[in-house]
Design a protein around this ligand. Structure first.
Ligand SMILES: [Mg+2]
Length: 274
């Protein structure tokens, strides 16, 4: 297990299992409430996730929106509102620009909070609704693994380009997917998360990964921040949106990333605490 995932598990144990109106708690892309509300939160920290010398304040806000809306998309949820909390360092005067970038997604920014902070911190909560929320844990051996679009583009662009969340694709795939996750940390890491949650292994054929222009196989597999979706579909089912099949879930517990010769590669995506 990755150090970040071990920390999430420790936090989940500390707070206990979901109760009250919460039907799905810590450990998936988002929480699910008993009325179909889906909620997710994500934080971007200056010096960790972005550098203001290389990204505008508006682009930082846009990216914070993408990271959160992508987690809703991974549940098959349609967004309703965003809440935003900013930690603002002395001398930073573009908080309104951050908010403007966030609202470019067309989802209302409905509230938030402000504080002084040593660096710029942008914490967002996304609230949505899903008729049939798709967890990471529903995958079964034999399910086909598909991705919604090209990977590695952010690694090529130095993680400064704009990316759109796959909201429509996620909502459409929710009708057939047994499990789904967004590719925020890189497929190599995120496919292992989906397989572990589903109690399966996985095989991914690296040559089948759709690659963004200029991206290497390694960048496509481990680059991260592409915010495409990885879904498990029952074998023989028809995807409602264009997808690329890249592998399958297996009964054997190993997660194998196979090169063109069929040899396993040791690739890892992003881990904050690795
Ligand atoms: Mg996610």
């Amino acid at each position: 297990m990755l150090p970040e995932d071990a920390l999430v598990s420790a936090i989940a144990r500390a707070v206990g299992p979901p109760s009250g109106g919460v039907v799905l708690g810590i450990g998936d892309d988002a929480a699910v409430l008993d009325d179909g509300t889906v909620a997710s939160t994500d934080v971007l920290v200056e010096g960790v996730h972005f550098d203001l010398a290389r990204m505008t304040a508006r682009d930082v806000g846009h990216r914070a929106g993408t990271a959160n809306l992508s987690d809703l998309a991974a549940m098959g949820a349609r967004p309703v509102a965003l809440l935003a909390a900013f930690g603002i360092p002395a001398g930073f005067e573009d908080a309104a620009e951050v908010a403007a970038g966030m609202s470019e997604h067309g989802v209302p920014v409905a509230g938030g909070d402000l504080s002084r902070a040593p660096v710029l911190v942008v914490a967002v909560t996304a609230i949505g609704r899903a008729e049939r929320p798709v967890r990471r844990s529903g995958g079964r051996p034999g399910d086909v693994l598909v991705v919604t679009g090209p990977l590695g583009g952010q690694a090529v662009a130095g993680y400064t380009g704009r990316v759109a969340p796959r909201t429509e694709e996620g909502c459409a795939l929710a009708a057939v997917a047994t499990a789904m996750i967004d590719l925020s940390d890189g497929l190599a890491t995120d496919v292992a998360r989906l397989a572990r949650a589903s109690g399966t292994g996985a095989v991914v054929e690296l040559e089948r990964l759709p690659r963004a222009p200029g991206a290497t196989v390694d960048q496509a597999a481990a680059g991260g921040e592409d915010y495409e979706l990885l879904a498990a579909l029952p074998r023989g089912s028809e995807a409602p949106v264009p997808v690329t099949a890249v592998g399958r879930l297996t009964a054997e517990p190993d997660v194998l990333l196979l090169d063109a010769a069929g040899a396993p590669r040791a690739l890892r995506g992003w881990d904050h605490f690795g």
